[in-house]
Design a protein around this ligand. Structure first.
Ligand SMILES: [Zn+2]
Ligand SMILES: [Zn+2]
Length: 349
């Protein structure tokens, strides 16, 4: 038997004890080392994002292979892997055109099928990526969000020397900050209201941080960046943040909508201003073919979580309650569910 977290409806979850998953022929069973709690998980809990209920959530995870289906060839017992949760059908028009993230029949581990908020989970072998020896199995929890950010960077295509503004310095904003630096941005500003997150952004080398509530936000940014930021990345998942980026964007600015907003969020665009500035608005969905690059970036230390304030959460009703309701310890930047034993030194894998 194993423990898992199950969501049954809006604001309804429980810790269940259920049978261990049995792998289908093409599946492996993973002993979950760590599973990140993502904004999407909170949206699912709040019934603000689509999901198939009842659901064992969790889509940012990895661990150790403990059993293999009959047709599994590449993986074997003991392999350490990160799991790409997004499963495309391979036969729809989008898949056939190589745009697997837009698949008409997309399934996702932890969204439409059982995920990593569990001690064990069965996943198709194809979804599991081997981790290099230099990478701890715990760090598998960071691969999926980084892979999504890599796709966002591919779309926004920062040129060396460009100036960048990022709204939000939660985990996603901080990955974007690091990726923008790697892409050669000459100056990066962060819009963030929480002082502890502002401080972390500075530790990662942001050139300046500014509160979204600053009454002269646009002026200050224009003063700090000659010509204004050519690239603006929304990582807060809020309509207000997008509105403020639309206002800050200089002529010719490119805006990337990245954070997942609530279903009901909407932002008005001043059409004439948008036209006269010749703005470009992009969005970025999931992680097509970027999973391996994310592993390579993390395992080589190019993308790091060393300044993150991480809260390890055991599978326990009261602890998860705090996570879901946002009552976790203040300052926590990322909650990581650790479904097996935790020792004082950290994680036992
Ligand atoms: Zn996520
Ligand atoms: Zn498809």
């Amino acid at each position: 038997m194993m423990r898992a977290i199950e969501i049954t409806g809006k604001h309804l979850f429980s810790v269940i004890t259920t049978d261990l998953p049995v792998p289908a022929d093409n599946e492996v069973v993973i002993k979950v080392s760590a599973c990140g709690v993502c904004g999407t998980d909170i949206h699912i809990y709040n019934a603000q994002a689509p999901a198939s209920l009842p659901l064992i959530p969790g889509h940012e995870f990895g661990g150790e292979v403990v059993s293999c289906g009959k047709k599994v060839k590449r993986l074997t017992f003991g392999n350490r892997v990160a799991v790409d949760p997004n499963i495309s059908c391979g036969v729809c028009e989008y898949c056939r055109a190589g745009r697997i993230h837009l698949c008409e029949n997309l399934r996702a581990i932890g969204v439409t099928m059982p995920g990593g908020f569990a001690q064990y989970v069965a996943v198709p072998e194809l979804q599991a990526y081997l981790l290099p020896d230099s990478m701890h199995a715990y760090d598998a929890a960071f691969v999926e969000p980084v892979s999504c950010c890599v796709h966002g960077m591919d779309i926004i295509d920062i040129k060396p020397g460009e100036k960048v503004v990022i709204a939000g310095s939660g985990a996603i904003g901080l990955y974007m900050l690091q990726l923008a630096k790697l892409a050669g941005a000459s100056k990066i500003g962060i819009i963030e209201s929480l002082p502890d997150r502002q401080a972390i952004a500075l530790q990662y080398g942001a050139d300046f941080v500014i509160s979204p509530k600053d009454p002269v936000l646009r002026e200050k940014i224009m003063d700090s960046m000659r010509g204004g930021p050519g690239v603006l990345i929304e990582c807060a998942g809020s309509a207000d943040a997008l509105k403020s980026l639309l206002n800050i964007a200089p002529k010719g600015g490119r805006i990337l909508l990245f954070g997942l907003a609530s279903k009901s969020d909407a932002a008005e665009i001043k059409l004439q201003e948008f036209f006269h500035k010749e703005l470009k608005l992009y969005s970025s969905l999931l992680n097509p073919f970027t999973f391996q690059r994310a592993i390579d970036l993390i395992s080589t230390g190019k993308i790091s979580t060393k300044h993150f304030i991480i809260q390890n959460v055991p599978i326990d009703f009261s602890e998860m309650d705090k996570v879901y309701t946002g009552k976790q310890l203040t300052g926590t930047l990322k909650n990581i569910l650790v479904p097996h034993q935790i020792t004082k030194q950290g994680v036992t894998l």
